[in-house]
Design a protein around this ligand. Structure first.
Ligand code: AMP
Ligand code: MN
Ligand code: MN
Ligand code: MN
Length: 287
């Protein structure tokens, strides 16, 4: 079987490894094709591509775009994007500028609960000063001893109803899918099992996404419990969407490692079907 992992993060967003080390780790784990999908930034793709050059691993240029839909945050992965496409680049830049302002409000909110210095602290954990997010706050909260681990950081802080959570308007679903498509890429709904939508809302999301030209949905992801795989494989089939697979790797020892996931259910149509990057691999193993 081809080992294809189409969702992971480097320290260009909220992962901890530099892009070249993410690629090396994927290769060591036996991954044949890897998409680097940093949040709202494509700045790691050149280094990742350089690291993949001359190896067996195909690097797929990707991104994970933050969207607000129906009052909730939804993540849209773009695969096989063109990172220098002006419309995509400008849109992502705007989202990152919004992140800086949001981080200030998060720091202010934590300060009101007696936790001071979080804004500056989070920035110390952000290798890319344009891409700051809740994970950087969480790492700082752990390092300061406010919480024992990342899980508790997100349970006690940074989530709706808790200190450090602020409402934020990301971009629209229409923009995210539009930029991805304009740059030649394929739009995929990330970790659908993570959203607090009821069935009706989830179906509305899939319909709206399809109508905008979205093509895929993650079925096998580190964010899904194995008991959820079948549900999302069925939804993909029912809504005419292709299926994706990705660990959503952020850091060694945190969650699932790159490429260490089960295969897609056999009845899924993989998002990577027919990709020219994989032709040499397809001819080696016709599955
Ligand atoms: P942001 O885009 O700044 O709101 O941060 C979202 C990121 O926070 C996600 O991509 C995850 O990496 C991380 N995250 C969100 N919820 C949790 C959680 N419950 N446990 C661990 N990490 C989380
Ligand atoms: Mn993340
Ligand atoms: Mn995500
Ligand atoms: Mn992710």
């Amino acid at each position: 079987m081809l080992n294809i992992d189409l969702h992971c993060h480097s320290n260009v967003s909220d992962g901890v490894l530099p892009p070249a080390e993410v690629v090396a780790r994927a290769a060591a784990n036996g991954v044949h094709a890897l998409a680097l999908t940093d949040h709202d930034d494509v700045a790691g793709l050149a280094a990742a591509q350089a690291a993949a050059e001359g190896t067996e691993l195909a690097l797929i240029p990707g991104v994970e775009i933050s969207v607000t839909w129906n009052g909730q945050t939804v993540h849209i992965v773009g695969l096989r994007i063109d990172p220098v496409h002006p419309e995509l680049a400008a849109g992502l830049h705007n989202i990152r500028m919004g992140r800086i302002e949001r981080a200030q409000r998060m720091g202010d909110d934590l300060a009101r609960s007696g936790i001071v210095g979080a804004y500056e602290g989070a920035y110390d954990f952000a290798a890319n000063k344009q891409m700051v997010g809740r994970t950087h706050f969480a790492r700082w909260l752990v390092a300061q001893g406010h919480v024992p681990d990342m899980r508790s950081a997100f349970r006690r802080f940074l989530t709706r109803g808790n200190p450090g959570y602020v409402e934020h308007q990301w971009t629209t679903l229409e923009n995210a899918v539009g930029w991805i498509r304009a740059s030649g890429g394929m739009a995929v709904i990330a970790h659908p099992g993570r959203y607090a939508f009821n069935a009706r809302e989830l179906h509305l999301l899939l319909d709206a996404f399809r109508a905008l030209g979205g093509e895929g949905i993650e079925v096998i992801t580190g964010s899904h419990h194995p008991s959820e795989y079948g549900k999302f494989a069925d939804l993909a089939r029912a809504f005419g969407l292709k299926a994706s697979r990705g660990a959503d790797f952020h850091a060694p020892g945190e969650g699932i490692d790159i490429g260490r996931l089960p295969a897609l259910p056999h009845y899924c149509q993989p998002v990577w079907q027919g990709w020219p990057e994989l032709e040499t691999h397809f001819s080696l193993s016709p599955t």
